[in-house]
Design a protein around this ligand. Structure first.
Ligand SMILES: Nc1ncnc2c1ncn2[C@@H]1O[C@H](COP(=O)(O)OP(=O)(O)OP(=O)(O)O)[C@@H](O)[C@H]1O
Ligand SMILES: Nc1ccn([C@@H]2O[C@H](COP(=O)(O)O)[C@@H](O)[C@H]2O)c(=O)n1
Ligand SMILES: [Mg+2]
Length: 231
């Protein structure tokens, strides 16, 4: 897959073939995730990868929808992929469900393999990977399994109080949108997110965005990042 579409040329490079799906999943409990893998048709272009970071309720999904609309990215939400696994009654659905209920992080191999499959089955070659990496372990697993680093990293920086308010008002029936799980998610976020942010802040890839304000106000800060890439 990953066929070139006309509007993408400034965002992608043809030079380096992706290493997607070359590595086997080694995490024993989850080995069937890797056994389902197949050798794909070699990709024609190197995908453009944006990681979208931020705490629970910081507005990652909301802003991704706007980036998709204006810049034609494919939105891959790690949380949505995990929820889809639960809904599909996959063998690991119940383990994923209890991990999400506890606000913890699902083993990286599982999440990365789901992301890999999603990227491989897409015709697009520019991706927003939302809610990933949540930890250094996530980040390293992506680099190891996908063989790529992101081109751009967005970090939606939002005060805790605002995030809690937004999540409690979200009303989408998510099992983790309750005060107990939110507290745990915030603790995990605080513990595991900052090393990832520190890692990317050493590069010129990180864009820290103040996520307080209206959805449109925030998108005004996001738009120039992608507009500059299209020039
Ligand atoms: N700037 C904003 N101001 C007020 N509410 C917002 C803003 N952005 C998003 N919201 C609302 O806050 C809630 C959380 O937003 P969203 O789902 O985009 O966050 P998220 O970062 O993807 O969270 P999670 O990590 O839990 O998936 C949603 O109900 C959304 O409509
Ligand atoms: N990289 C990730 C992303 C998510 N999870 C789990 O899913 C929950 C919901 O994620 P959202 O991005 O939709 O908020 C999250 O709290 C984690 O339990 C994960 O393990 N790894
Ligand atoms: Mg989200």
């Amino acid at each position: 897959m990953w066929r070139r579409v006309a509007s993408l040329s400034p965002l992608v490079s043809r030079s380096k073939p992706s290493k997607l799906s070359q590595e086997a999943c080694t995490f024993k409990v989850w080995e069937s995730f890797s056994s389902e893998s197949h050798i794909p048709t070699p990709p024609k272009v190197t995908p453009f990868i944006t990681f979208v970071l931020g705490g629970p309720g910081s507005g990652k999904g909301t802003q991704c929808a706007k980036i998709v609309e204006e810049f034609g990215f494919t939105h891959i939400s790690a949380g949505d992929l995990l929820r889809r696994e639960i809904a599909s009654n996959s063998a690991y659905g119940s383990v994923i469900l209890s991990t999400i209920r506890e606000g913890k992080i699902v083993p990286s191999q599982v999440t990365v393999q789901l992301i890999r499959k999603e990227m491989e089955s897409s015709d697009n070659d520019k991706f927003l990977i939302d809610g990933f990496p949540r930890s250094e372990e996530n980040r390293e697993a992506f680099e190891q399994i996908i063989g790529r680093e992101p081109n751009v990293v967005l970090f939606f920086d939002c005060p805790e109080q605002e995030m809690v308010k937004r999540v409690l008002n979200r009303n989408q029936g998510r099992v983790d949108d309750n005060i107990d799980t939110i507290k745990k998610r915030l603790e995990i976020f605080d513990e595991l997110n900052w090393p990832v942010i520190n890692h990317y802040s050493k590069t010129r890839k990180l864009h820290k965005i103040n996520a307080v304000g209206t959805v449109d106000d925030i998108f005004e800060k996001v738009r120039p990042i992608f507009a500059a890439l299209s020039k």
